[in-house]
Structure formats: C-alpha cells, structure tokens
Design a protein around this ligand. Structure first.
Ligand SMILES: [Zn+2]
Length: 179
C-alpha cells in the first residue's frame, strides 16, 4: 500500500511538473494533480523560478468562438478527439499530449499557439458540460468549435471562419494567425 501511494504521488508530481512547464495556471494544477496548493506553489517556483500568477480564469465560452481563437480551439479539439479514439490515456494525460501535438503542428507552420494549455483545459470543461461542441462546416466539412444547440436541423447553417473570414481578416500577418 505504501509503495503504491508513493508511485501515485510520483505520477502526480510528474504531471504537475509537465503542466507547469507547459505554462498551466494554478487552477488546472489544483484540479488535476491532487497536490496541495502550498506544494504546487513551491513546485512552480522550483520549475520556473517564479511564483504562479494569481487571479481568476477570465475565459468565457465566447473567446473560443471569436475568429482566430476559434480556428486554434478547433484544431486542438480535433487533435484531442482523434487521440481520445486511438489511445487509452487518463484525461489529464490526454490534454497534455493533445496540447503538445497542437503546439507541434503550429511550430511546423511557424505560428504561435493562441490557445494556452489552461484555455485548452477550459475548452474541454465547456465541451464536457455541453456548452461547446464540434460542428461540421456546411462548406468545407471541417469540424469547428461552436456553442452547443446553435446549429442543426431547423436551425441556422454553420459556415466556419476559414470559409467565411470576417472583413478585417487577412490584413497582414499577425501572431497566431492561421490561413
Ligand atoms: Zn469551412
């Protein structure tokens, strides 16, 4: 029993360090690692040399729907869904793996990740509580993050932000822009 709890604790520590290295906020660490607040603060200082940033997570569902964040969120969620079907991982490890793959796909095309791992975590919470979901674009067939119960039979047809970019789009290369 003692050995087992030692291994479990070690796994929690490993995950916490991984999450801190990827820039996760305290809310994510506290919810997902089971380690105490004090311990996580110490660990955060040890790993990054800095205290964790304080304050509430500001993100509402709207952020994930706005134009460029939506493309990033959709890319991440597609990767997450694909991974979820192909490998058996604990939800938190799935988040870490999917976010690393998202970052890697962007690195290849030289784009900065707009969706932080904390935002990715929030996104999954919104999906699990049925506030956000993936909806296929009626033009390109790609799956994009939308509010739940907003599109479907008898409701508006969904067109994604790549098929119909807003008027302000495409004026110069901005950080995090995917074309
Ligand atoms: Zn489309």
């Amino acid at each position: 029993m003692a050995t087992r709890s030692l291994i479990a604790e070690n796994q929690q520590l490993t995950r916490a360090v991984q999450l801190i290295q990827l820039g996760a906020r305290m809310a994510v660490l506290e919810a997902e690692t089971g380690l105490s607040h004090e311990r996580l603060v110490r660990l955060h200082k040890e790993v990054t040399g800095q205290s964790p940033s304080k304050g509430q997570l500001p993100y509402s569902t709207d952020w994930f729907i706005s134009w460029q964040p939506n493309i990033h969120s959709s890319l991440f969620l597609n990767i997450h869904e694909r991974l979820d079907k192909s490998v058996a991982l604990a939800p938190i490890d799935l988040l870490i793996k999917a976010w690393e793959l998202y970052r890697e796909e962007l690195r290849i095309v030289d784009v900065d990740p707009l969706l932080s791992i904390t935002r990715a975590w929030r996104l999954l919470k919104f999906v699990h509580s049925d506030m956000l979901c993936l909806t296929p674009c009626s033009r390109c067939g790609g799956q994009f993050v939308t509010h739940s119960h907003e599109y479907g039979p008898g409701m508006p047809t969904f067109v994604c932000g790549l098929c119909e970019p807003p008027a302000r789009a495409g004026k110069g290369k901005r950080s995090g822009t995917i074309h």
